[in-house]
Design a protein around this ligand. Structure first.
Ligand SMILES: C[S@@+](CC[C@H](N)C(=O)[O-])C[C@H]1O[C@@H](n2cnc3c(N)ncnc32)[C@H](O)[C@@H]1O
Length: 292
């Protein structure tokens, strides 16, 4: 299983004990004081993260188990393990594969994380490429899960070239990035025929502020009553190219924000970088994928 990298943080308390201590402390502190404390910690974190690269920030998150797991393990958070979040997602992608006819084509997973979700997509594709910015995570994934159909590559999806493919997944990744990074990534997604984007949103739609900016990091916009609203400025995806295919209850965000909801969209860019997608091009890709 996961290897322990040289920089991995050595935690002398067990995760269970630390969690219990945190829960007891939280129950003693009034909720408004807790919110002030969490807001201050987020401001400090934002200041620090804005001075570092995405690679440095997300490598540190995994090294310090900010999204869970034991020291030395790679864990991408509750969104990759909770059955009530992952099962409907996998079932929805399988249903869409039949409806849209992309079964057996090439899948690209941007921000693949610990591969706990991506692994369920393998029966649906010919090849799978997982991309992540965290080097030790990509090396572990390649060593444990890599084979002739499945490979992992270290890239920054906001700045590096993305691999070719037919179906792309960006699951709970944009929510951790700045608006400028999201704009850059969305422009690159046009090369894929089908793009599934999954994002966490706050409960109270009436109180929402669209697309509050934040630097890259472990936190998400739901703490600011915000989220990534893809058809709104500065992203402005055409609403007719976006369909909501799944909404499930959100995973817990702790004391200072409601659990919210997690939505998956199917984004079908009308054009790739070179021109309109054509059925003949798709037919050619299917033939290559099936080896005929
Ligand atoms: C919350 S995890 C989600 C993992 C996976 N998509 C899932 O749903 O299980 C977000 C992942 O995005 C990766 N990531 C963040 N920014 C990235 C970037 N600029 N380029 C590539 N990967 C990035 C992080 O390292 C992390 O593994």
């Amino acid at each position: 299983m996961p290897s322990r990298g040289p920089n991995f943080h050595q935690n002398t308390r067990t995760p269970e004990l630390t969690k219990t201590m945190r829960q007891v402390l939280r129950s003693l502190i009034p909720s408004f004081a807790m919110k002030l404390y969490i807001d201050k910690r987020r401001r400090d974190m934002h200041r620090g993260n804005s001075l570092k690269t995405a690679e440095a920030v997300f490598t540190e998150i995994y090294a310090n188990n900010r999204w869970g797991g034991r020291p030395g393990e790679f864990n991408s958070g509750l969104g990759t393990t909770e059955t009530q979040t992952v099962s409907p997602y996998v079932n929805t992608i399988a249903a869409q594969a039949t409806i849209e006819g992309f079964q057996g084509l090439r899948f690209v997973d941007l921000g693949c994380g610990d591969f706990k979700v991506g692994q369920w997509l393998l029966p649906l594709c010919s090849t799978y490429v997982g991309i992540d910015v965290v080097g030790p995570l990509v090396e572990r994934n390649q060593a444990v899960f890599g084979n002739e159909r499945v490979r992992f590559i270290r890239r920054d999806i906001a700045t590096d070239e993305l691999p070719d493919g037919d179906v792309c997944f960006v699951r709970q990744v944009l929510q951790h990035l700045s608006n400028a990074q999201i704009v850059a990534i969305l422009a690159r997604l046009k090369k894929y025929r089908w793009v599934f984007i999954t994002e966490h949103y706050p409960d109270d739609e009436a109180a929402v502020i669209w697309n509050v900016d934040k630097p890259h990091g472990s936190d998400i916009r739901a703490y600011d009553s915000s989220g990534v609203y893809l058809t709104r400025a500065p992203f402005n995806l055409p609403p007719e190219e976006l369909t909501t295919v799944l909404t499930v209850p959100g995973t817990s965000l702790g004391a200072s924000a409601g659990a919210g909801v997690i939505r998956t969209f199917l984004y079908r860019p009308s054009q790739d970088g070179n021109g309109t997608f054509t059925e003949s091009r798709l037919e050619a890709e299917r033939a290559v994928c099936s080896g005929s």
